[in-house]
Design a protein around this ligand. Structure first.
Ligand code: AMP
Ligand code: TRP
Length: 339
């Protein structure tokens, strides 16, 4: 289920608190265009109108990454990337999941209301089993219960994510319903919030853009890397000759132009009439992506050269959430007969 977001008026002094939103992102390497268009743009926009909490989910990452140094480095890279792309620690909370270990305690409690069959039928679990057949660890199965705990420990009602998270969000809702039925109304049912690009395809033009598929455009990478990645994109496969008309509605390059400039209809028209070739359209897209992310790339480099600043933001974020996490745990303990 998704919701339309209406702009909220600025809160007056003494007014009710802003509705709370939560999202998590895995520290799986440098951020890519799919992350930004599918989720991070919404993180940035929503921090102005909601009480926004954003989490780098290192516990989740351990289900697939087992190199401690890699987990540590990528966690900092992801934090620097999110800050560079516009998360403002004055307006939102950014923290690392393992710095608030209550998430894992709540996960256990939620696991006791979650039938195994719900987890076994989760599409991402089935995919992961195929993707890492020698490492079907228990964390892969329990993954969505931890995700539900992440969200509900702060009683967040809205969750900005890409469409690939729809099944996880639905499962979070089911887990909340199961908990509330057994122990009384405790958690709101979280709803997904999507951007205008809920699924961004990778450079292959077929599969979702994803680090693990190697089809990404690394927006904070070197301009040369971005250019190479964009120039490698698969366009309309039926446009063979330069003089053939293109079909912008099925061409991934044309689709991405919608997010980089107001003149995408003109770009599309050039393709349709064969006034421009695919190579021209890709070059233009590469230039625009490089230009659009230049300030973020600069800020990212500054932050990576100054890790103390990033670590300070993450520490303050986790500390600030302690009272909220403790309050939820106290309520849940009481309801479940634990204290
Ligand atoms: P992940 O890197 O899997 O933790 O994803 C972080 C966020 O980016 C999640 O909200 C995903 O749904 C979103 N996301 C990742 N890849 C894509 C994509 N190709 N298109 C749209 N959203 C995406
Ligand atoms: N599963 C999400 C992803 O792969 C990451 C995530 C973990 C998350 N906990 C969350 C997203 C809570 C939203 C809310 O992208």
């Amino acid at each position: 289920m998704t919701v339309e977001l209406a702009p909220l008026p600025a809160p007056a002094a003494g007014a009710a608190p802003r509705p709370r939103i939560f999202s998590g992102i895995q520290p799986s390497g440098i951020v890519h265009l799919g992350n930004d268009l599918g989720a991070i743009r919404n993180y940035v926009m929503l921090q102005y109108e909601y009480e926004a909490i954003y989490c780098i989910v290192d516990y989740h990452a351990l289900t697939s990454t087992h190199d401690p140094e890699l987990v540590r480095t990528r966690t900092r890279e992801m934090a620097a990337g999110l800050l560079a792309l516009g998360l403002d620690p004055e307006r939102c909370t950014l923290f690392v999941q393992s710095h608030r270990p209550e998430h894992t305690e709540l996960m256990w409690l939620l696991a006791t209301v979650t039938p195994v069959s719900w987890l076994e039928r989760t599409p991402t679990y089935k995919e992961k089993k195929q993707y890492q057949p020698d490492d079907i660890n228990h964390g892969l199965l329990t993954y969505p219960v931890l995700q539900a705990a992440d969200i509900v420990i702060y009683k967040a009602g809205l969750v900005p994510v890409g469409k690939d998270q729809a099944a996880h969000l639905e499962l979070s809702r089911e887990i909340v319903r199961a908990f509330n039925n057994r122990y009384g109304d405790t958690f709101p049912e979280p709803e997904a919030v999507y951007t205008e690009a809920p699924v961004v395809l990778g450079t292959d033009g077929v599969k979702k853009m994803s680090k693990s598929l190697g089809n990404t455009i690394d927006i904070l990478g070197e301009p040369d890397t971005i250019r190479k990645q964009v120039m490698s994109m698969v366009t309309d496969t039926k446009r063979i000759l330069r003089t053939d008309p293109g079909r912008p509605e099925v061409c991934n390059v044309c689709q991405l132009h919608r997010f980089f400039g107001d003149d995408y209809e003109d770009v599309w028209d050039g393709e349709r009439t064969a006034r421009t070739g695919c190579v021209d359209t890709k070059k233009l897209l590469a230039d625009r992506i490089i230009r659009h992310y230049a300030p973020a790339r600069e800020r990212y480099a500054e932050l990576m050269a100054n890790p103390g600043e990033v670590d300070g933001v993450l520490e303050a974020g986790a500390d600030g959430l302690a009272p909220m996490a403790a309050a939820t745990m106290a309520e849940v303990h009481a309801k479940m007969g634990l204290r």
